[in-house]
Design a protein around this ligand. Structure first.
Ligand code: F6P
Length: 325
């Protein structure tokens, strides 16, 4: 049976660029003569049957907006047997034949469950964490990195004025990608990521050494998932302040990184992945994640992704260390 109507939802942590993906999915599907239903609040909206018909104009002027016009959630009900049965009933009741799920790791586990239950679904790789297997990059990463970079650049000016050491904490859950990339491009003296063990004494020595080499500031970029994140390292230094000899000023970027206007790169990535998701569904593909590999839109089996986190390539960690000297 061919597709007559698809649903589109955004799920998990929002990511700048999600709206461009919604727009691309909607308009490429309409172009094929399919109907489109926007589903509010992610998988929670499947359970609650909050479906809205989408026409071309309904997704106009949204590309430049951060967040997601559909809303998102981390649904508690959908992972339950009852919630999932309800979701499948609601999809059938609304005549929805296939689904595009724009989201990250947790969301694509939900997609895989639907596919296993026999419902055609494609995932669209979207999370600022860039920890999804099967894709080089995910929607939202570029914007989040630019937010982190701006923060680092700004903090450097005040750090220099006062000859202080500052720590900037990035998001990323258990993945150090955001911290590593923001750290290397922001010229941080020290980068702390969960993937590489950190000796806090070595960090203190490195910060001292930066001043000894004539630097007027010292910046640490730490991933939230690292043991020595903002809380961890600040506490360690505070407990030993007399010996270590300085305090750390800390800035936790938190959700700042997820908000705001998506960059060109995120709008383009989201547009390409959204359009490719519809193409994949039209070609009869299901249970796949649409991502970008080597600059080309690709589909990757969700079975090989679900429950896994993409390992971080730490090659640049050593380069960053050399460059920061
Ligand atoms: O997965 C995206 C992300 O922003 C992570 O970097 C972060 O750890 C988490 O979501 C925060 O989740 P919430 O917005 O639910 O607090």
């Amino acid at each position: 049976m061919g597709i007559r109507k698809i649903g589109v939802l955004t799920s998990g942590g929002d990511a700048p660029g999600m709206n461009a993906a919604i727009r691309a999915v909607t308009r490429t599907a309409l172009e094929r003569g399919w109907e489109v239903a926007g589903i509010r609040q992610g998988f929670a909206g499947l359970v609650a049957a909050t479906f809205v018909p989408f026409q071309r104009r309904d997704v106009g002027e949204i590309m430049q907006r951060g967040g997601t016009i559909l809303g998102s959630s981390r649904s508690k009900e959908f992972p339950t047997e009852e919630g999932r049965a309800k979701a499948l009933r609601n999809l059938a009741g609304a005549g929805i034949d296939a689904l595009a799920v724009i989201g990250g790791n947790g969301s694509q586990t939900g997609s895989r469950w639907l596919a296993k239950a026999g419902f055609p679904v494609v995932g669209v790789a979207s999370t600022i964490d860039n920890d999804l297997c099967g894709t080089d990059i995910t929607i939202g990463v570029d914007t989040a990195l630019n937010v982190a970079l701006e923060a680092i650049d700004r903090l450097k000016t005040t750090a220099s004025s006062h000859q202080r050491a500052h720590l900037v904490e990035t998001m990323g859950r258990d993945c150090g990608y955001l911290a590593l990339m923001a750290g290397i491009t922001g010229g941080a003296e020290v980068i702390i990521i969960p993937e590489v063990e950190t000796d806090p004494e070595a960090v203190a020595r490195e910060l001292h050494a930066a001043y000894d080499r004539g630097k007027s500031h010292a910046i640490v970029v730490a991933a939230e998932g690292a043991k020595y994140n903002a809380a961890g390292l600040t506490q360690y230094f505070a407990d030993r302040e007399a010996r270590i000899g300085f305090q750390l000023r800390t800035t936790v970027l938190g959700h700042m990184q997820r908000g705001g206007i998506p960059t060109f790169a995120d709008r383009l990535l989201a547009t390409r992945l959204g359009a490719a998701a519809v193409e994949a569904l039209a070609a009869g593909q299901t249970n796949v994640l649409i991502g970008m590999k080597g600059g080309v839109e690709t589909s990757f089996p969700l079975d090989e992704i679900a429950g896994r986190v993409k390992p971080l390539d730490t090659k640049l960690f050593e380069v960053a260390r050399i460059l920061s000297r």
